[in-house]
Design a protein around this ligand. Structure first.
Ligand code: ATP
Length: 225
């Protein structure tokens, strides 16, 4: 998938949060790092139209996020930092089925799709569990399953490992590595970027460095410590 930002600025009132950013995202594994408040979440939210540019355009394939929001939400899945914002229904399997029902997947196919997705992430046993009673790591994986079951072409992750213990962090790392889709991952967890194709470093609303993790991570550490 090709996502192209062309001269994109985002302003909230008098504040410019992203400043004339132009970048094309075509690689399979793209990391986005930067200090608190540098604009990472805003950048991520632009990619599926959750935030619209104040100036410039964001294109996902041939679609423009300002015009084709519904189609883009299906093509670009978004995994929120806090899974509580994403999990809406009382039972895990209902939560995964919810999105599918709304997009016209034939009803008889839904339970199979849900089971298959949970099994893919190694959490088949959670299907009948109440969502509110899951641990933080389980919730994170269920939120990811709810995005993947919709079969998006690209998955954007907003700080996916913040709530996770070491074991679940490693598990999520492996899940991201194995995803067939393009993934754009915002993170403060620099180890997560091993093996990525490209890392963007944001600083005060601009892309301050753009390169492979091998050079981008040391650049970031040298400039932000
Ligand atoms: N809806 C909004 N209204 C006003 N200001 C906003 C809004 N969203 C973000 N901002 C501001 O834009 C700036 C960048 O925010 P953003 O969340 O994109 O940064 P970030 O790099 O993701 O930060 P962090 O690492 O702390 O999550 C911050 O100063 C924030 O306060």
């Amino acid at each position: 998938m090709r996502i192209a930002l062309d001269g994109v600025s985002v302003r909230f009132g008098p504040r410019t949060v992203l400043d004339a950013v132009s970048v094309e995202l075509t690689e399979r594994r793209i990391g986005v790092i930067g200090a608190n408040g540098s604009g990472k979440s805003t950048f991520a939210r632009l990619l599926n139209g959750l935030v619209l540019p104040s100036a410039g355009t964001v294109r996902v394939g041939a679609d423009d996020t300002a015009r084709d929001a519904r189609r883009i939400r299906r093509r670009v899945g978004f995994v929120f930092q806090n899974p509580d914002n994403q999990i809406v229904l009382p039972l895990v399997e209902e939560d995964l089925a919810f999105g599918l029902r709304n997009t016209g997947v034939p009803r008889k196919e839904i339970p199979g799709r849900v089971r298959e997705q949970l099994a893919d992430l190694g959490i088949a046993a959670l299907a009948g569990r109440p969502s509110h009673a899951l641990s933080g790591g389980e919730k994170q994986l269920v939120a990811l399953a709810a995005v993947l079951v919709m079969r998006p072409e690209t998955v954007v992750f907003d700080e996916p490992t913040t709530l996770l213990d070491l074991r679940n962090r490693n598990r999520l790392r492996a899940v991201i590595a194995a995803l067939p889709q393009q993934a754009v991952v915002l993170t403060h967890d620099l180890g997560l970027l091993d093996g990525f194709d490209r890392v963007l470093v944001l600083d005060a609303g601009r892309i301050a460095y753009d390169g492979p993790p091998r050079t981008a991570v040391p650049w970031y550490v040298a400039h932000h410590s």
